[in-house]
Design a protein around this ligand. Structure first.
Ligand code: MP5
Length: 217
C-alpha cells in the first residue's frame, strides 16, 4: 500500500470526522445559514492568500521538476481569490477589513513554519493533506447541493476533474518523497499528515461556530 493510502487508513476516524462535519453536511443539504457560509468565505479567502507564500517558500527546497507545478498552483490560487471576490460580490458578502480568526491564524503560521522549518518532504505532506482534505470535503457537498446554489462554483473548484487530477499528482509525488525518505522522516511526515487533518477539522469548526480569538470576542 502506498504511503499516502497508509496514512489515510491510519487516521481514517479523524478523516471521516472531517467529512461528516456539520458545516459540510448543512452546506450539502442547502441548510447552512448565509452568515455561517460568509464566515467561511472570509476566512478561507485569507487562508488561500497565505497559501501563496507557503508554496513559494517551498520552492528553494524543491527538486527542479517541481518548480513548474508549484508555479501553476500559485496561478491557480490567484484565480481562486478572484472566484472568492466574484462570489462575494454576487451574494453581498462583505470582504472588507477581514482579519484571520485564531484558528485560521494558527493554521497559517503552521503552513509558514512547515515551509521554513520542515524538510521539503514534510512541507509537501502538509500541502498534500490540505489539498486532499478540500477535495474530499467538497465531494461530500457535491452529493447534495443544487447546481443552482450560489455556492456551487466552490464545489466545481475543489470537487471538479482538474482539482482531482492535481490531487492525484500530489499523491504520486508525496509517495515518491516518502519512498526516498528514511524512517525518521517518514515518521515526521505521518505526524504532519495527522496535524494538518486536525487543522482542517478545526477550520470547519471555526467557520461553523464563528469562533474568533479566545478571551477577546
Ligand atoms: C484548502 C483551503 C485548499 N482553501 N482551505 C483550507 C482551510 N484547507 C485547504 O487549498 P487551496 O489552496 O485553496 O487549493
Amino acid at each position: 500500500m502506498s504511503f499516502s493510502k497508509q496514512q489515510l487508513d491510519r487516521i481514517r476516524p479523524l478523516w471521516d470526522r472531517m467529512l461528516s462535519h456539520p458545516f459540510l453536511i448543512e452546506t450539502r443539504d442547502g441548510r447552512i445559514s448565509d452568515e455561517t457560509f460568509a464566515t467561511w468565505m472570509r476566512q478561507d479567502y485569507l487562508f488561500v492568500e497565505a497559501a501563496i507564500p507557503f508554496i513559494a517558500g517551498m520552492i528553494p527546497k524543491a527538486p527542479r521538476d517541481h518548480w513548474e507545478p508549484h508555479q501553476s498552483v500559485i496561478a491557480m490560487l490567484l484565480k481562486e481569490l478572484d472566484l472568492f471576490r466574484e462570489r462575494a460580490e454576487a451574494t453581498g458578502v462583505d470582504m472588507s477589513d477581514i482579519q484571520p480568526s485564531f484558528t485560521n491564524h494558527a493554521y497559517i503560521q503552521f503552513l509558514m513554519a512547515a515551509a521554513q522549518r520542515e524538510s521539503y518532504a514534510g512541507a509537501y505532506t502538509v500541502l498534500y493533506a490540505a489539498e486532499k482534505a478540500y477535495h474530499d470535503s467538497w465531494k461530500v457537498v457535491r452529493e447534495g447541493l443544487s447546481e443552482d446554489s450560489p455556492w456551487w462554483p466552490f464545489v466545481e473548484n475543489w470537487a471538479g476533474d482538474d482539482f482531482a487530477g492535481y490531487v492525484a499528482y500530489l499523491e504520486t509525488e508525496h509517495d515518491r518523497l516518502a519512498e526516498e525518505a528514511g524512517e525518521g522522516l517518514r515518521q515526521r511526515m505521518a505526524e504532519l499528515f495527522e496535524l494538518t487533518t486536525k487543522y482542517e477539522i478545526a477550520f470547519w469548526e471555526m467557520a461553523y461556530t464563528s469562533s474568533d480569538w479566545p478571551g477577546i470576542s
